[in-house]
Design a protein. Structure first.
Length: 81
C-alpha cells in the first residue's frame, strides 16, 4: 500500500503573527515549507515530509505557547471564501 510522504496541514494565525511564524518555520531549515493558503482568513499551509512529523508537532506545540495557532481542515477554511 502506498503511503504519502508529504503531509500538508492548515493553520489559522493572527495576521500580525504571520511573519513570525514564517520566520520560525524557515529557521528550521529544510524540515517544512510554509505558504499562504487563504489570505482573507490568515490561513497557512505547512508541508513537510512525514519523517519530520514529530519535529513539526513539537515546534507547533512550542509556538502555541507564544502565538495562537489553530489547526483547520482544508474544507473548513475554503468554505469561507
Amino acid at each position: 500500500m502506498y503511503q504519502a510522504t508529504e503531509i500538508t496541514r492548515y493553520f489559522q494565525v493572527a495576521r500580525q503573527d504571520l511573519a513570525y511564524l514564517k520566520f520560525i518555520v524557515e529557521a528550521h531549515e529544510g524540515i517544512a515549507t510554509l505558504s499562504t493558503a487563504d489570505r482573507k482568513t490568515s490561513t497557512v499551509a505547512i508541508t513537510y515530509h512525514r519523517y519530520f512529523a514529530e519535529e513539526i508537532n513539537s515546534l507547533l506545540e512550542s509556538l502555541g505557547t507564544e502565538i495562537a495557532v489553530k489547526e483547520v481542515s482544508a474544507t473548513e477554511f475554503s468554505s469561507h471564501a
